[in-house]
Design a protein around this ligand. Structure first.
Ligand SMILES: [Zn+2]
Length: 307
């Protein structure tokens, strides 16, 4: 597979070599804003979905890190991932509250996990989002393609307002790639962002496949970040290529602290180090992307001992 329109990798970076790279970059490790931990039966059904990727996405998607939670946790820690999320998301009513409780329980047991929750447009959303905030949720995840809901749904008005007021970011899969949905694209979420200017939004996957519009939103709107998840990897460049012409703008945004490292670990069909390698090759401001920008966003207080 081609490595993209920029510098090809001269040598392959391995997961084992990552801690040495952090040292060279002068950072104590990385914050990964986009990792998944799920209740075991849910994770198994996610993996089954990727096993059928040839049908769902038109490509093979062999999961690289298909192992038990403790094995995956140990691997993240060995690589020097100092903080990570446990992103959960619902595709139908009733699930979101249960998933949020599970993710918040998980973070109580796993101190390096950033407490994570989710929501779905349903009458109970306000109450369980409030209780997730009270339990210390530091990030919410919403997936507009899998969830297949309109982020402008009136059932979410209070929720967006509540989360904005709490200053807690929402990480949103809102782009139309690799699969479009009825409410993906910059339009629907853009209206929510306009209605709630204080809402902190992290746009997943560099905004694929509306890269240019989402890059524009991250540049012009305060409280807006992009996560790198799957971006620029050989796999994604085949599926939905990031245009080389936008690289200077992405580099600039990374220097402004608007690009956050995310990986989609463990559900990736390539090594963790490959994701790091392609961002390095693309010339992003790596200390900002990997450590400083997320540490600022998630509260320097929590990380001050590490910064
Ligand atoms: Zn993901």
């Amino acid at each position: 597979m081609p490595s993209g329109p920029w510098r090809p990798h001269d040598e392959v970076l391995t997961d084992e070599a990552l801690p040495t790279l952090w040292e060279k970059l002068g950072i104590p490790g990385v914050v990964d804003v986009h990792t998944h931990f799920l209740p075991e039966p849910v994770m198994r059904s996610v993996w089954r979905y990727f096993d059928d990727a040839a049908v769902n996405y038109g490509v093979h998607w062999p999961i690289e890190y298909r192992s038990a939670d403790d094995v995956r946790l140990a691997h993240l820690r060995r690589m020097g991932v100092r903080r990570f999320t446990a992103l959960v998301y619902a595709h139908k009513p009733v699930m979101a509250q249960w998933l949020s409780q599970w993710a918040l329980d998980f973070a109580e047991d796993v101190p390096d996990c950033i407490p994570t929750a989710t929501f779905y447009p349903e009458p109970s959303a306000g109450a369980y989002v409030m209780s997730a905030l009270e339990r210390g949720a530091r990030v919410f995840k919403v997936h507009l393609q899998v969830g297949d809901f309109d982020p402008r749904d009136p059932l979410l008005d209070d929720v967006w307002g509540m989360v904005a007021e709490a200053g807690i970011p929402v990480l949103i899969h809102c782009g139309s790639a690799p699969l479009p949905g009825r409410f993906t694209g910059p339009g629907p979420i853009g209206e929510v962002m306009t209605r709630h200017p204080g809402l902190k939004v992290i746009i997943a996957h560099l905004g694929a496949g509306e890269f240019e519009q989402f890059l524009g939103m991250a540049k012009s709107r305060p409280n807006t970040w992009l996560d790198t998840t799957m971006g620029l990897t050989d796999f994604m460049q085949e599926l939905e290529p990031f245009p080389g012409s936008l690289l200077p703008r992405l580099r600039h945004l990374s220097e402004q602290g608007r690009v956050l490292f995310g990986s989609d670990f463990p559900n990736i069909p390539y090594s963790y180090a490959h994701q790091i390698q392609v961002l390095l090759d693309a010339g992003l401001d790596m200390p900002e992307v990997l450590w400083r920008a997320p540490a600022r966003l998630f509260g320097a207080d929590q990380y001050s001992g590490l910064l």
